[in-house]
Design a protein around this ligand. Structure first.
Ligand code: ZN
Length: 279
């Protein structure tokens, strides 16, 4: 049987693959399979064998620690800057936690055995993946500390910013139940928090869809953990969250008109109070 042929031009959106030379990419291309990431799909349950890794192209996957009572708490967010499951980078054969799709998208899937040999054979892939592993561990450590110290509203804003960084637009879908589970709180608490962020004019949250209205305002309202995590990535993998211009499209604006929503000074003051307390 003739070997399958592939277009000579291969330009993955995944930032780890995008670091590779054209020659390295073309050598890897026959083993990369398109994998749709359906919302809520569990890519790996905890302690499951890692049979393949996913280089995220679009969409968001979360790594969560699972508890015996069925609840879970998010430890890391993975988008096109990374690969799932990062444990494979460290030579592990099973996952540490549960990897679940939070925002639908697509990925390039690669069998783990091929991935391991690619790490050996392609120095640039090994180098960039090691840098990613460091940034990922930094994210997980900071998230664990954040979850134990900072108030919910700050953690919620951090999550929104991290998801916005990994999204191609200012809008992404997330159910309140999912957000509550990731942040380890009950749904009613998320309802109150999201309502306050909306009153402050920072987001719009309607029917499970969040629209970022005021990115600078969100950054000002976040705890220091968002900046710390982003610094890890910028230091180890420069320009990770730069949004490349899409032909025919404008870059999403940093601030969108609120369209009928007037920022409530009291809500902003409530957020600012939380910032001082968490400092
Ligand atoms: Zn924090």
């Amino acid at each position: 049987m003739a070997a399958p042929s592939y277009p000579m031009k291969f330009e993955p959106k995944n930032r780890l693959l995008a670091q590779l030379s054209s020659a390295d990419l073309l050598n890897l291309r026959p083993y990369l399979k398109r994998a749709p990431l359906m919302k809520d799909k569990i890519l790996f349950a905890a302690d499951e064998p890692i049979t393949r890794v996913y280089f995220i192209e679009t969409g968001i996957v979360s790594l969560a620690a699972a508890f015996r009572n069925g609840s879970s708490s998010e430890m890391a967010t993975i988008g096109r800057e990374g690969v799932v499951d990062v444990s494979a980078l460290l030579g592990a054969s099973t996952t540490l936690g549960q990897c679940q799709v939070q925002a639908h998208g697509s990925a390039w899937a690669l069998e783990t055995s091929r991935f391991q040999s690619a790490l050996r054979d392609i120095p640039a892939l090994r180098q960039t993946c090691q840098a990613y592993a460091q940034a990922f561990v930094g994210q997980a450590l900071q998230t664990a500390a954040c979850n134990s110290v900072h108030p919910l509203k700050k953690r919620c804003v951090r999550w929104l910013l991290m998801s916005h960084d990994r999204s191609d637009s200012n809008t992404f879908a997330i159910k309140q139940e999912c957000l509550a589970e990731m942040l380890g709180v009950c749904r009613s608490t998320i309802t109150v928090t999201a309502g306050a962020l909306q009153q402050a004019g920072l987001i719009r949250y309607s029917r499970g869809v969040i629209t970022v209205l005021d990115r600078p305002g969100l950054e000002a309202a976040a705890c220091e953990c968002y900046g710390a995590i982003r610094e890890h990535f910028e230091r180890l993998l420069p320009d990770t969250f730069e949004r490349p211009p899409v032909p025919g499209q404008q870059r999403p604006p940093e601030r969108m008109p609120a369209r009928g929503l007037r920022p409530d000074p009291a809500a902003r003051a409530w957020l600012a109070l939380g910032a001082r307390r968490s400092a």
